[in-house]
Each structure stands twice: as C-alpha cells, then as structure tokens.
Write a protein that binds this ligand. Structure first.
Ligand SMILES: [Zn+2]
Length: 444
C-alpha cells in the first residue's frame, strides 16, 4: 500500500454505517477498506478520528481573476473539499479558459458550468434589463453546444443578475442542454425575498418543460424571508410529479452580491424587508465604510464589483432548507483576492455542525456533503469503497469547526488532520502540503 489510514472510524453516507477500519490506498485508488490492512509506505494514525469521504462542493465560483485566483480553491481544500464544480449564477466562463486556468494550479478535482450571462456578453446582449434577440440567442445556442461538447457539466443562469432574460432565451438554451446526457442547469432564481415563490416556480418550469435536471442555487439565501417552507413544498410536489429539480444551500444567514448588480437596484429594501443598516461592503475601497444613502450610491458607481454582505435571512429558515433530506451543502464560495464572504473558508464544518446539532448522526450529516451532491452531479464519488478514487478527509470530531468570520473570512477551520486527494496527502494538520494534483472532471 502507498498510504494506510489506520484505526479511524470510517463514515459511509450510503449505508449510514460508522465502522472502525483501516483504509489502504494504492495508485490513487482505495485498495483496502477493513480490519488489518497490510503495511503502507506511509502510515497515518487516525485513532479517535473520523475518516470521511472527500467533500463535494456542487456550487462555487472560480471566475474572478483578482489577486490570487486560487485562494478560493485552497480555502475549500482546507475544509476537506476534494471535488468542486464552478461556474454558477450565470458567471461560468468558456471551457477553453477554464481548462487553461485550471491546468496552471489544479488544487482540487474540478468540473465547470457554462454561464448564460457569459454567453450573453459574447453575443453583445450586454444590457441586463433587455432580452437577447432571436439572432443573438441562436449564436448563444451554438456557443453553448460547443462548450457542452468540450465537457461542460451544464449551463448556469443568474436570473436575478440578468432580469431581462426572456422565457424564449431560457427555453431555447435549456433545449440545447437536453440533447446531452447527464448535464444540468443551475439557476440562481429571478428574485429573492418576497418575490421568491414565483421565481422558484419559474425554475421548476424550466425543468418540467425541458426535461433537464435543474439545481436551484443557494435556496436559503433566496427564500429565507418567510418563504422557505413554501419553496420546499413546491420542490417536493414537483419531484413527486417526476420533475427533476434539486437544490443547494450554504449555511449562513447573510448573502453576498456585487454592489453594482441588480440585487441592489432601487426597491431592494422592500423586497428583503431590511435596509442599508443590514449591509456591509466586504471588498475594495469601501470595505467597512458605514453605508449612508450617499456612500451607497457612490460605491455602486465607483466600485460596482465590490461584494456587499447582506445580513438579512431568517436563520431558522436557512436551517430548514439545509435539514431537508434532499439538500446539498454547497459553498457558493467567491472571493476577490483574499476578501469576501467567510463561506469560502467555513461552509462545510459550519453546515455539518448545524446538521449534527439538529440531531443527525455523522453519516446522516456527512451525506449532505458527499453522496448527495455526487448523485446531483452524476459524479462517481462521495464514498470510501474499494476501487473508488482515493479522496478522503480525516477530522477530529470534537474540534472540526469553521473559524472564518465576517471581517476575517479566510481563517481555516479547526480539526482537519489530513486531506487525501487522488491518492496523495494534500493537507496535513491544517496546512497544504505537496504539489497540486487535481483532475479536471469533464462531462462524458
Ligand atoms: Zn448565485
């Protein structure tokens, strides 16, 4: 064996068993799971620790080229994430670019979504309030098809950021995705707050009409304004009718969006039921500056890409979304340089912690970050079984916790002893070690 993780408690999110076992790894594959593994060239003592499958993040961002663009990947790895899918909320770039960026520093295993807003920009449909015309949509269809052929996992929409997107645009692009197998559409829905139920209904209709799986993005941050229960009921009802709709959730009670985006257009206070006192600029030159109406207007004008954190969601409802048996924990991690929302560094320990505190067993809680997201992406992974790709994380169950905070977002979590990625040790005692060996995960 190359590596043996000895005497840990192996968590299986499918059988829901917690078993005292050794895990042997050879040539990047789990070669032995059970008692009494043969000796490894490297022996890791996991006594008293939990051995989890590598965590899977179905929704994060790897689009921004500000500062060190790989910081966001390292922040996920330090939580135990070994596989991540980028390009959501309409922002995914073309596969050619992703492949180039990824090959320079493959920190994790990664797959990529193509963004509808990127396609809009490519065909000159720049005005977010106007629909793309039929000729523009035809060119977008061609570009999308090309990206799907190059292995994009699907298409993402950021309808709240591109409110001009018409039903024609949605349905024609969805039809292109429907011609490929095992591809999905992720949708950051058209509106949050008090307008979210209609926006959830629209996303469900995309799935119903196209037959393509639709993953509703960060459901908690969109609906936890008195509407999460209703949204979950709508999703359950649609699933009962055979409509393929899934969702992800990040476990924070504050969202982050660019100050210049349509999210903060006039009228947002009514929609969210909260005002400027609940907002904080988290990046750029207005970071931490108290927001008067004048400062807010100036910041939108001068630094529209600055991320503003909005402390506006109802915690009980975010937790309700997370606790739903079909939810996947996903980070929506997005950074500008080393600034942004702490979800980039803390989502997984925080989410698993909330589920554990609600009474779930370790396998039940870990399922929301491993086998459940794997199913949602048709990804083979999320379990420690012989023959599977060797991705795992060893944690101390008593000290695995998020430590990132608003204002100090990138503090790595506690309690992560080792992360093994593709058969090599990638994290040791909370520090990244070795050289990056992530693989690109192209759709087949
Ligand atoms: Zn989003």
């Amino acid at each position: 064996m190359d590596i043996v993780v000895r005497n840990g408690t192996v968590i299986d999110p499918v059988s829901l068993n917690e078993t005292r076992a050794d895990v042997g790894i050879r040539n990047g594959i789990f070669a032995f799971v059970g008692e009494g593994a043969p000796k490894g060239s490297l022996e890791l003592d996991a006594s008293g620790s939990l051995v989890l499958p590598g965590l899977i993040d179905t929704h994060m961002h790897f689009e921004h080229r500000v500062g060190d663009p790989y910081t966001v990947l390292r922040s996920l790895l330090l939580q135990g994430v070994t596989t991540a899918f980028a390009g959501h909320c309409g922002e995914g770039v073309m596969m050619k670019e992703y492949k180039e960026w990824f090959s320079q520093n493959p920190v994790l295993n990664m797959g990529f979504m193509t963004g509808a807003s990127t396609l809009r920009r490519a065909v000159g449909a720049e005005d977010r309030y106007s629909p793309a015309n039929s000729g523009q949509i035809s060119i977008m269809e061609g570009l999308l098809e090309e990206n799907l052929r190059e292995g994009a996992r699907g298409l993402s929409f950021g309808l709240e950021y591109a409110p001009g997107t018409s039903w024609e645009e949605l349905s024609r692009l969805a039809r292109v995705v429907s011609r490929f197998s095992h591809r999905l559409i992720s949708i950051h829905i058209r509106s949050d707050g008090h307008q979210s139920p209609a926006a959830v209904a629209e996303a469900i209709n995309v799935a119903r009409e196209s037959g393509v799986r639709v993953q509703i993005s960060h459901l908690g941050s969109m609906t936890a304004f008195g509407h999460s229960g209703e949204a979950l009921d709508m999703i359950e009802k649609a699933r009962g009718e055979g409509v393929d709709v899934t969702f992800d959730v990040y476990p924070y009670y504050a969202f982050a969006a660019r100050i210049g985006s349509a999210v903060y257009d006039p009228g947002f206070e009514e929609r969210l039921g909260k005002g400027l006192e609940s907002l904080e600029v988290s990046t750029g030159k207005y970071k931490g500056v108290p927001l008067t109406p004048e400062v807010f207007a100036r910041a939108r004008e001068e630094d529209p890409d600055a991320y503003v954190i909005a402390h506006v969601m109802n915690p009980r409802e975010v937790d309700m979304c997370l606790l739903h048996p079909d939810s996947a924990i996903a980070s929506d991690a997005v950074l500008r340089g080393d600034e942004g929302h702490p979800r980039a560094a803390g989502t997984f320990p925080m989410g698993i912690g909330i589920l554990r505190n609600a009474g779930l067993s370790w396998p039940e809680a870990v399922r929301h970050a491993t086998s459940r997201p794997a199913e949602m992406m048709w990804h083979k992974g999320g379990r420690i079984v012989e023959g599977a790709n060797a991705e795992l994380v060893v944690i101390d169950p008593d000290s695995y916790e998020d430590r990132g905070r608003f204002g100090a977002p990138l503090v790595a979590p506690g309690g992560v002893k080792w992360v093994i990625l593709n058969g090599d040790v990638a994290v040791e005692e909370g520090e990244i070690v070795g050289s990056p060996n992530g693989q690109i995960l192209l759709a087949e």
